[in-house]
Design a protein around this ligand. Structure first.
Ligand code: TRH
Length: 377
């Protein structure tokens, strides 16, 4: 009998909470044949990354996952064999009671935020709080041995390689989004939070000899793009050209298509948690806009990742990556850092592929979760 899993997702803001849990839920079903219910308190955010979702329905089946609206008034529900509280969300009290009353105690896990900091491997798998005899455990994703790893679907890297080797498949995909890149254009995707440093980067791209085509999914960065362009609005589909730079606004696409977009681009600016990991699987040079946290603790996380990510680069190329990422995350002047990165492009591009290979050789997060459960029972 296959295990049943309940995953709880409270959408705090944006799309990372639902992005991560939806990806995990699908993978547990398709690769591990688990019965999965995904409880989400905001189906509108979900609909954005999965347009087939009907936000009006209390329960629906999507890709083998039972997607349920997490209502304020919790209905009576039996607890599953494995219960995941994503990103430390608080489970309904009545559900916790149901966990405690179960004949066989469920495995209760907190799926934590992703961080490259050293302490993560020491805390991964440790017991957390207890509720009426039901023990909760920390489960930390991560980049190093001893952590829970990263979400990575089976065959993802092979699919990505085939797609990147097939120019026509990329052109067809881009055309479906209304994008027709000119030959020799550097394609760049831009998914970021508001950033006062953006203008200086766009200026450098506009003044560059090599043309760039910037693809911007609709979202929070558009105000800064608009300001630099000097236009009043930038609806989806708009195309604006300034010297060497073409800027095009894209619709938000479903997760699988966002992957393809990343695979098409020579450089990906990403944010948050999930798009950050997807850009690593795209194996192209990238730029991370980390989610801002109180007291700048996100800068420690950024530093920890950069220390790992730049370890195998030459000192000059490593310094170029570091300077660009630091400038972006402190909303500082970007032009010089960008030009400097271009000097090291071949090395940074080869390293992105190498990093992806290295990370891809570790157990993925869904497999690690299943293994954790098997070891626990
Ligand atoms: O949207 P994010 O900023 O989300 C989160 C949340 O803010 C969360 O509270 C915070 O803790 C976390 O960041 C660190 O960024 P993220 O994580 O990259 O999520 C975006 C999701 O949207 C990801 O699953 C990819 C998906 N996506 C699409 O499906 N289509 C698109 O067109 C785009 C641009 C993204």
């Amino acid at each position: 009998m296959k295990a049943s899993w309940d995953i709880f997702c409270s959408v705090v803001d944006n799309y990372g909470d639902i992005g991560v849990t939806w990806r995990l839920a699908r993978q547990l079903v398709t690769e591990h044949q688990c019965h999965v219910r995904l409880w989400v308190d905001d189906l509108r955010a979900f609909e954005k990354i999965c347009p087939q979702i009907d936000p009006q329905r209390a329960c629906q089946q999507q890709d083998g996952v039972q997607v349920c609206h997490w209502p304020k008034q919790w209905p009576e529900e039996a607890a599953a064999d494995v219960v995941i509280a994503a990103f430390a969300c608080q489970l309904p009290h009545a559900y916790m009671e149901a966990m405690a009353e179960r004949e066989s105690t469920p495995l209760w896990l907190n799926l934590d935020y992703l961080s490259a900091e050293d302490w993560v491997s020491g805390c991964h798998g440790l017991p957390s709080v207890k509720f009426r005899g039901v023990q909760k455990y920390f489960f930390f994703p991560g980049f190093q041995a001893g952590t829970g790893g990263l979400l990575r679907e089976a065959g993802l890297l092979e699919q990505r390689r085939q797609f990147q080797a097939d120019r026509q498949a990329q052109l067809d995909f881009l055309q479906g989004l209304g994008v027709v890149p000119a030959a020799d254009t550097r394609l760049i995707s831009l998914f970021a939070y508001e950033n006062a440093g953006l203008g200086s980067w766009l200026q450098a791209l506009a003044e560059d000899l090599q043309p760039s085509h910037l693809l911007v999914p609709e979202g929070r960065i558009l105000g800064d793009v608009q300001r630099w362009l000097g236009v009043d609005s930038l609806p989806v589909g708009s195309v604006q050209v300034r010297q060497s730079l073409t800027v095009q606004v894209l619709p938000f696409v479903r997760q699988q298509d966002y992957d393809r977009l990343l695979w098409c681009c020579a450089f990906n600016a990403v944010r948050g948690e999930d798009s950050f990991v997807r850009a690593q699987w795209a194996a192209r040079p990238m730029l991370w806009h980390i989610y801002r946290q109180d007291e700048d603790i996100h800068l420690d996380k950024l530093e920890a990742f950069l220390a790992l990510y730049t370890r195998a680069l030459s000192p000059d190329a490593g310094a170029a990556v570091l300077a660009l990422w630091q400038a972006w995350n402190t909303e500082a002047e970007m032009a010089q850092a960008w030009k400097n990165l271009l000097q090291h492009w071949p090395e940074v591009a080869a390293h992105a592929e190498q990093w992806c290979l290295e990370q891809g050789s570790q157990a993925d997060l869904a497999a690690a979760l299943v293994q954790f459960y098997l070891n626990w029972i």
